[in-house]
Design a protein around this ligand. Structure first.
Ligand code: SAM
Length: 269
């Protein structure tokens, strides 16, 4: 891509950022460029200049571009085998706890699929003993619409495909032919909040941080900055869970020890 195009892409990022009130400047240029190209074709336009003018006149295009970045794509128990590994790790964390308090952060929680999966996992591990624990799952995202949807806790069956029939019946209420709502006990552990992991100060004293399939959109510098923040937010021995195609690198490797490399689970050292 030419230098000129990069500056036009930055301009698109700036406009989208202004319309949506979110900073997407650290998103990888090549990644954003591919999505813009797809939008240009879909709209029957020809040049980036035309697209910028279109975006300025049609602010709703910002939503379409963000959607096409598929940055809200998620599902319950994404990469199910990772959650099998996590079940054993959480059992150990819980067994080692002297005080029955658990603090977990789902950063980039999208429409709630991830934090509710964590809540279900903890219910499965603890059973009735869950009432003895003080558990908070902080679920944050930059996207207010995603958070509004997350708070409702209503999902199409397609995002629940990784759940067995028994888990579906245990933790969800069927409210339509293909629509389910999470039960109140699952919701109870989760606190949703708007938070920009790049700009805002981190939550602290975390036992675990999930940040899956978010860093992939960020430049390397930004990834390192966010990983440093997560290091600060975790207690010693706390764990960090990244997405299947993400990895801790650079300085971050000195701060975290891989617990399960394939599952992208790291421990703060
Ligand atoms: C692909 S989804 C990942 C959802 C879930 N973690 C998963 O793995 O299925 C990425 C989410 O990150 C959010 N996000 C992107 N940039 C963010 C930022 N700077 N701060 C907080 N959330 C962000 C997006 O709004 C989106 O909901």
């Amino acid at each position: 891509m030419e230098a000129l195009q990069y500056s036009a892409i930055r301009k698109v990022k700036e406009i989208v950022g202004r319309i949506k009130g979110m900073d997407i400047s650290g998103y990888k240029d090549d990644f954003v460029a591919r999505r813009i190209r797809a939008r240009i074709i879909a709209l029957g336009l020809e040049t980036l200049g035309e697209y910028i003018r279109y975006l300025q006149r049609n602010p709703s295009e910002a939503d379409k571009l963000l959607d096409s970045l598929s940055i809200n794509v998620s599902e319950f128990f994404r990469d199910p085998w990772v959650w099998d590994v996590l079940k054993d790790i959480f059992k150990r964390i819980i067994a080692e706890k002297k005080i029955k308090v658990l603090r977990i952060w789902s950063a980039g929680c999208s429409k709630g699929e991830e934090p509710y999966s964590i809540s279900i996992l903890l219910h499965e591990i603890l059973g009735k003993r869950i009432s003895e624990y003080s558990i908070t799952i902080y679920a944050t995202d930059i996207d207010r619409d995603a958070l509004r949807s997350a708070e409702k806790g209503i999902y199409n069956i397609s995002s629940l495909r990784n759940l067995s029939k028994s888990l579906l019946e245990k933790y969800f209420i069927k409210i339509g032919p293909a629509t389910y709502m999470v039960k109140p006990e699952v919701k109870k552990l989760v606190k949703f909040k708007r938070h920009d992991m790049i700009k805002d100060p981190p939550f602290m004293f975390m036992d675990a941080i999930f940040c899956r399939n978010v860093l992939i959109y960020f430049s390397r510098d930004l990834q390192e900055k966010v990983l440093r923040k997560f290091h600060m937010a975790l207690r010693t021995g706390g764990i960090l869970i990244l997405g299947a195609s993400e990895y801790a690198f650079g300085d971050a490797l000195k701060m975290f020890k891989p617990l399960n490399t394939r599952a992208r689970i790291f421990m703060k050292i």
